[in-house]
Structure formats: C-alpha cells, structure tokens
Design a protein around this ligand. Sequence first.
Ligand SMILES: Cc1ncc(COP(=O)(O)O)c(C=O)c1O
Length: 379
Amino acid sequence: MARSIQPSLTRQLFDKAKEYSDVIDFTLGDPDYMTPRHIREAGIKAISEGKTKYSANAGIAELREAVADNIYRETGVKYDAQSETIVTVGAMEALYLSLCCLVDPGDEVIIPAPYWINYEHMTLMCGGKPVIIDTDEEHDFIASSKQIEAALTERTAAIILNSPSNPTGMVYDKKTLEDICRLAKKYDIIILWDECYKTIVYDEKFVSILECGNIKDNLVVINSCSKKYSMTGWRLGYAAAPAELIANMTKLQENIVACASLPSQYAAIEAFKDSTDDTEKMRLGFLNRRNILVEGINKIKNLSCKYPKGTFYAFVNIKDTGLDSITFAYNLLEQKQVAVVPGITYGESCDDHIRIAYTVDEDKIIEGIKRIKEFVEEL
Ligand SMILES: Cc1ncc(COP(=O)(O)O)c(C=O)c1O
C-alpha cells in the first residue's frame, strides 16, 4: 500500500521552489502570521511548569470541555466532553483515526472534487476506495445531494465534506447541507465534516452542518487550531462524534501517538478563550490579500478566478492558456520563480486550474501577480 502513495504535487512544488533564491511561494496552506502572543506564552508557561508529560489518550479534560463548549456556543448542539470528543495531533490525525475506525477494506468513501489530496491518500491507507464525484465551477464546486446519492453503494462507509473548501475557498449553503443531512440519515451514512477553515470566511456567515438537521448521530466534526490561530506547527486538532466512535478512535490513538503534545493542549485552552482580536486581524488581513489577488488575476488575459468565500486559497482557471496544470506550474516556476500548485492535485477534473495560497504578504502577492502576468503574456 505505501508504495501506491506518492508525495503530493503540493510538496513537490514547495520543495522545488527552494531551489530558487528569489521565489514567490504560493504553495503551502501555512499562514505566515505568528501564533498570537498570549497563546505562545501559554505554551511556554506549560513547558516551564513541567507540563511536559503524556496526557490522557483523548486529551486533558479541560481542553475537551473547551471543545464541547465551543461547539455548543456556535451551534447550540451539545457534546459530552468526556465521551464525545477527542484531542488529536492536528485535524489530520482526527481524520485519519475516523477513517481507520469507519472503513473496512474495500469500503467506499465519497469525496467531492476538487478535494484536499490527503482525503484520498488517507482513505487508501485505511484500505478503502475513494469514490470521487466531480463538481463544477458554475455551481461553486459544491456537491449536490443528488450527485452524492448517485454515488452511494452498499459499500459506502462515509462522505467527506470540507467547508470552506481547500482548494476552492467555496462554502456549503444551508439548503444543500439540509439535503445532504437527509440523505445521510436515510441511508445511515457517516459524514466527516472538516471545518478547519470555518473562521476564515469573508462575505457570508459560515453554516455549520450541525445547524442543518438532527445529524449528530451520523457526524464526525473535525477541526483544529492550525488555521484560525495560525498554529500549524503546534499540531493540535480535535473531533466530536458519537461516543462509540470516539472510544474506538481513542484506542487507536493510544497505539499511534498516545496523545497530542501536552504543551500544545495548554496553548489550545488559551486559544479557545478567544480573548484578543488577533484572529480577527488575521482574517481581515487574508480578506485584503484575497481582494488584491483575485482582482489582479482577473486582469490577466486568459486567467479567471471566482472570489473565494473563505480560506486563504484562490482556485484560478487557466483553461484558456491551453496549458495543463502541471506544465503551467512547472514552467511558471522555472521561468518566473513563482510556485503554485497544479489543479490536478485536487482531482483529475481539475487540470484546468491552479491553486494559489495567499499566505504571503501583500507585496509578494503584487509581485507574484506581475510575474504571472508576464508568464501568461509570453506564452
Ligand atoms: C481541508 C484541510 N483539512 C485538514 C487540514 C489539516 O489541518 P491540521 O494542521 O490541523 O492537521 C488541512 C491542512 O492544510 C486542510 O487543508
């Protein structure tokens, strides 16, 4: 199995970008903002106080209470911190543990494209079969319940939904989510709901699937501190799910990582207090960057980009350049030292797009747009 998993094109482009000295790197979804000071200090304090040991496998009680409180505050849905939440090593581990528990060899996992490549790889790592359903730009790359229903089989174990989406930045609307919830309940399918970017939304309110039907029994909520608090390196995520699933995930956790890093757990407790406006400042910073980027891209001949509603990614349509996404990305890097991710990373149907992560400052974005314009005009 391991041989069938290839390093992602995102990482390949990121690594290749390092070969150039004056490169504008738009590849990784790793915000350039510092983790807010009070959160860093909480982590440092934990280390100074010797909170440097293993914790309970599912995470310390205080943090799990904070997770459950947070979900209740935002959606009105109650989770029991003790039995229905788990703290993990990033959202990634929460996703992986969920899939390990839900997928038996040969089971199918429905993944709407464009999708974050890790969903496909993790499904394969669990012996599952990714079932990709294509969406289109006209419908903001949002999968409908009809499309999902058409992909269901007796082997369907789960559906993965990501809103706001990496790589498109689009968000699921309430009506679509209500339809999908009805479907999940009718066929008793579990939805893995990855809402890692939910606080980075710009033009409309984020809709949680928990507000769209009585779906708690068929749902795994996945989230983390990575994007909201710019804490990617702290590796702190969590899941909320039915008690039986959390118990199974906790058993696997014991055998894989034992627990999430303890200082990171204390830093997360501080983060959850949302006691400063640092995260709002970051969101507004991303909004400003989004506007500069999308406006600039849309002025370039043969490129177009819808305004992403959230995240820090823009999914740029390159179809009219006549290049496939890998050729576009590698030639752009070699000729103009701008690194982007080929759309094909996010599904076979996405070869006419590239992804730009606006996780760099405004000056770099402006310089990047200038170089992309030169590249396209010289084609
Ligand atoms: C859609 C999505 N889910 C999950 C993650 C992983 O987040 P974490 O750093 O919490 O593991 C990422 C990271 O880029 C992501 O894009």
